[in-house]
Design a protein around this ligand. Structure first.
Ligand code: SF4
Ligand code: SF4
Length: 349
């Protein structure tokens, strides 16, 4: 990606490398990259035989007003991707704010009809809600799979363990999203990195995090957002020589998670869902990321330099505390309060 544009040349190289090395599962969604992701994926994949690649797409619950919208938007997605079926298709981001709409427009029933017509091979949902809602959703229908946020930091922080167990108990296979927590498990703090290197000097944080997610039973796919060919090569290398984690490695992961949490980082995955609703255009994930780095490095001057490099309109002081963002945050962060705290810290000098 270049800003909010897809770098088609780089994407083409990335997809070619994947296809040449056995990585053929591509995950997209209606709203990714300002709704340009589906079109870009369709363009780069069209040179391949349809049976050689797998596409996962997602239905945007937030756009549904009536049950007719479910099919209308599905057909639009097929057109954008230039495909005539999706291998994996999900109700996107079921959570406490979307679950009523998903039920009211009978999404599952509408999508099941499309599955019966051969336009969807596997029907599932992605989830960012509480375990209570998940317990209800898994029992409502016969799902083929679900997509959960599983990584060694979230295992306890956002009850990923509980959610994973619910899927397990219903026998629903899991595709993993955010295995590296939006890059948070790649750019480890010095202390967390030292713990990893002390025990496993030859591994990288990314390889360690991906292997941790892939080592859970019942996980059929581990997704990882990649921005360039180099990242693709590194991740493929991890899975070319894949081995499940040993109990000792699991213990190290727990220790690193405890170090990260103890350093007071804000658990933002940079999904940007908050920004879709913020009337002031505040760059919430960027601010949280800068603050997290500051907390790790304790370098206030650098924090201020970077913070001031954000457009003035994107900075925290513009927040009007309307709380719209909170409702969209899968991590249940109290965003306005955190922004106020960061702004205060910034002003302290
Ligand atoms: S509370 Fe602040 S950050 Fe959140 S949506 Fe409103 S203005 Fe944006
Ligand atoms: S604050 Fe919440 S919604 Fe916004 S980017 Fe971070 S995790 Fe996503």
């Amino acid at each position: 990606m270049k800003g909010n544009e897809v770098d088609m040349v780089e994407l083409d190289k990335m997809v070619d490398y994947c296809m040449q090395h056995g990585a053929n599962y591509f995950d997209t969604a209606y709203m990714y990259v300002d709704s340009k992701s589906e079109i870009a994926m369709g363009q780069v994949l069209k040179k391949y035989k349809r049976e050689d690649f797998i596409v996962a797409d997602k239905s945007p619950i937030y756009k549904m007003k009536t049950r007719d919208d479910v099919v209308k938007i599905f057909e639009e997605q097929l057109q954008k991707t230039q495909l005539d079926y999706f291998d994996f298709y999900m109700c996107h981001n079921i959570n406490k704010n979307t679950v009523d709409t998903y039920r009211n427009v009978n999404m599952y029933d509408e999508l099941l009809k499309l599955k019966n017509e051969g336009k969807i091979k596997y029907l599932g949902f992605s989830f960012h809600g509480t375990p209570d809602i998940l317990r209800e959703v898994v029992k409502e229908h016969k799902w083929d799979f679900c997509q959960l946020q599983v990584n060694y930091l979230d295992w306890d922080v956002v009850k990923a363990h509980e959610q994973y167990d619910i899927a397990q108990s219903e026998g629903i296979p899991v595709t993993v999203m955010e295995p590296l927590r939006g890059g948070g498990l790649v750019n480890l703090s010095d202390k967390a990195l030292a713990k990893l290197k002390e025990n496993y000097p030859d591994t990288t944080p990314a390889a360690f995090g991906l292997r941790w997610a892939a080592s859970r039973q019942n996980v059929i796919t581990v997704l990882s957002g990649m921005s360039n060919l180099e990242q693709v090569k590194q991740n493929i290398e991890t899975f070319m020589n894949y081995k499940d984690m040993t109990p000792e490695e699991e213990k190290t992961a727990d220790e690193i998670a405890r170090i990260i949490q103890s350093q007071g980082e804000i658990n933002c995955t940079a999904c940007k869902y908050c920004m879709e609703v913020c009337p002031k255009g505040i760059n919430i994930p960027a601010i949280f990321s800068l603050y997290n780095q500051y907390k790790v490095t304790n370098n206030k001057m650098l924090f201020k330099i970077y913070y001031e490099s954000l457009a003035e309109s994107e900075q925290a002081h513009n927040c009007i505390k309307c709380n719209l963002c909170n409702k969209n945050c899968p991590q249940n962060l109290e965003i306005p309060k955190l922004l106020a705290k960061i702004e205060e810290e910034y002003k302290k000098g």
